[in-house]
Design a protein around this ligand. Structure first.
Ligand SMILES: [Zn+2]
Length: 176
């Protein structure tokens, strides 16, 4: 799958509820490669399958250590098991370029799912990575961070959002 064009705000695939993965087969492994290659190419902190046009419950979150080394982590059928605390930090999204807004997220959470081998895993995340997991899991339910911001901020970015929608339309035409 390699590097895939990231779908933009306005693309209907971003509003669909993604299907759970029932088997880790070649098609899903291809999706894993696509997610990792694309998030690394974009230098993002996370990406969800719908953002590359695949309506399946798979996300990648990139852990970045103090030296800036990146380790992408794939999670299949992720679910938030528990959450606590609260943080409100500026967030962005590769599908909504150049728009940033404060979003309330849990300070820490526990996520469960399957790793790329299909083994069950539990992950404890806090701070930036808790935010990334919450943001990417939202994508699997068709929720975007701009849905979680206040009315005033939303009206301020409305014009920019409409511009991105136009680009999304052009992109869809080119993909047909
Ligand atoms: Zn996003």
């Amino acid at each position: 799958m390699a590097i895939v064009k990231i779908r933009l705000y306005g693309d209907p695939v971003l509003r669909k509820v993604s299907e759970p993965v029932t088997e880790i087969d070649d098609e899903i492994r291809d999706l894993f490669d696509g997610l990792i290659d694309t998030v690394e190419d974009a230098g993002g902190v996370g990406l969800a399958a719908p953002q590359i046009g695949v309506s399946k419950r798979v996300i990648v979150v990139v852990d970045i250590d103090e030296e800036g080394r990146r380790s992408p982590f794939l999670l299949v059928n992720p679910e938030i098991v528990s959450a606590c605390g609260e943080q409100a930090v500026e967030e962005g999204c590769l599908s909504i370029p150049e728009i940033y807004a404060k979003v309330r997220r849990p300070q820490s959470l526990v996520v469960k799912g399957l790793d790329q081998e299909g083994r069950e895993v539990d992950i404890e995340a806090s701070g930036l990575s808790a935010r990334a997991f919450a943001h990417e899991i939202d994508h699997l339910d068709g929720i975007l961070f701009v849905d979680r911001i206040g009315m005033v901020k939303r009206s301020l970015i409305k014009r920019k959002l409409n511009e991105i929608k136009k680009q999304a339309k052009e992109m869809l035409k080119s993909l047909q």
